[in-house]
Design a protein around this ligand. Structure first.
Ligand SMILES: NC(=O)c1ccc[n+]([C@@H]2O[C@H](COP(=O)([O-])OP(=O)(O)OC[C@H]3O[C@@H](n4cnc5c(N)ncnc54)[C@H](OP(=O)(O)O)[C@@H]3O)[C@@H](O)[C@H]2O)c1
Length: 337
């Protein structure tokens, strides 16, 4: 069977197709025939050697994959042959709080990932996916969707009528927009592209702001909320957007710190947090239990993930380059059919 391997971390050119023996599931494990994977910004960090930690080399990259159970090992009754499943981002985080041990089981970074025709996974680290989703759709869920779900519903549940500020139109942000709309909340979306903002309005965004044309977008956000500020921010920008995101919040509002698109470090003016009684939560993907809760909501509402473009397995490096270009809206998928 074929899989991609990273033998070094010098960028997308480090991605190499390799032949590997068919893996065999051991006790408690399942063999999954992977039909699709999706890419996350993190996968760009991993191939460039910029993701924290020391991945085992050679590394099969990407955290997110979906497929069909092809065989199960001894003692497995959680899944059966033929089940349509996706892998959880952290193989060991089933429920409760994230632990350091769980962090050491992040697929496609700390442990082997999904960009392969077949993978063996612990059966506890698989979830059944909603029937209405294709394998490509399902492959978009494990990182971006679970992260948005965790931020909006697991820490302090978003309530109908609340307002959520969503930064940019990448994978996490478009799921946050869709989930906010599903919950009856209003979304304000920023983007560098007017064309993408128009698409965001089509998905239910009530207000859209071009952050290139309106560098003081936090003022526009406050104006759009009658001066009050938003209830929540899905903060994917990091140091370059953090202060403006704080300034966009209402008194007592909540910022979910998710991303580092503008870099890893920067200064923080702390006074707005204490004067505004703001809540700042670090969010790191989510547990299997969160993934399963989200899948129930997705199945009930027939939410359909937004896939910008799907690439063939042989074109995986081109898929990475496309993600890096930032031209996408929503998710980028690689099919392994
Ligand atoms: N903490 C976690 O568990 C977790 C989970 C998933 C992702 N993340 C992080 O969250 C971030 C987003 O990940 P992703 O996979 O969704 O990325 P992605 O799909 O690659 O999103 C890229 C998009 O972000 C937008 N963007 C870039 N710079 C921006 C800025 N300064 N202000 C506003 N928007 C900006 C752009 O949207 P426009 O083209 O519309 O301008 C760009 O197209 C990354 O830093 C990733 O590492 C963290």
């Amino acid at each position: 069977m074929k899989r991609y391997e990273l033998r070094g971390m010098n960028g997308v050119e480090s991605l190499q197709v390799a032949d590997a023996p068919m893996p065999t599931p051991g006790p408690g494990e399942a063999l999954v025939r992977v039909h699709a994977v999706s890419l996350n910004y993190r996968d760009l960090l991993v191939v460039s050697g910029m993701y924290p930690g020391s991945p085992p080399l050679p590394l099969v990259p990407t955290s997110d994959g979906a497929g069909e159970v092809a065989a199960v090992g001894p003692g497995v009754d959680r899944v059966k042959v033929g089940d349509r499943v996706a892998g959880t981002f952290f193989e060991s985080w089933v429920s409760g709080r994230l632990t350091e041990r769980d962090m050491a089981t992040a697929r496609g970074g700390a442990t082997q990932g999904m960009l392969a025709e077949y993978v063996v996974s612990h059966a506890d680290a698989l979830v059944r996916v909603p029937d209405h989703l294709s394998f490509g759709d399902a492959a978009t869920l494990p990182c971006a969707a679970v992260t948005a779900w965790h931020a909006l519903f697991e820490v302090a549940p978003l309530r109908p009528g609340e307002t959520v500020l969503v930064l940019g139109t990448g994978g996490v942000s478009i799921f946050a927009l869709q989930l906010a709309a599903m919950a009856g909340a209003q979304a304000i979306v920023t983007s560098s592209s007017d064309e993408k903002l128009e698409r965001a309005r089509g998905l239910g965004a009530a207000t859209t702001i071009n952050y290139k044309k309106t560098p003081d977008w936090e003022i526009a956000v406050r104006e759009a909320t009658g001066g009050a500020g938003v209830d929540r921010v899905i903060e994917v920008g990091g140091p370059g957007t953090f202060q403006k995101s704080l300034a966009s919040l209402r008194v007592g509002g909540r910022l979910s710190l998710i991303g580092i698109l503008t870099g890893f470090a920067g200064g923080v003016e702390v006074v707005p947090i204490l004067l505004g009684s703001l809540h700042v939560d670090g969010i790191y993907v989510g547990s299997r239990e969160m993934f399963e809760s989200m899948n129930r909501a997705i199945a009930r509402t027939k939410l359909s993930p937004v896939i910008d473009r799907a690439f063939a397995f042989a074109d995986a490096p081109a898929a990475y380059e496309y993600l890096r270009s930032g031209a996408h809206f929503g998710k980028v998928v690689i099919r392994i059919d």
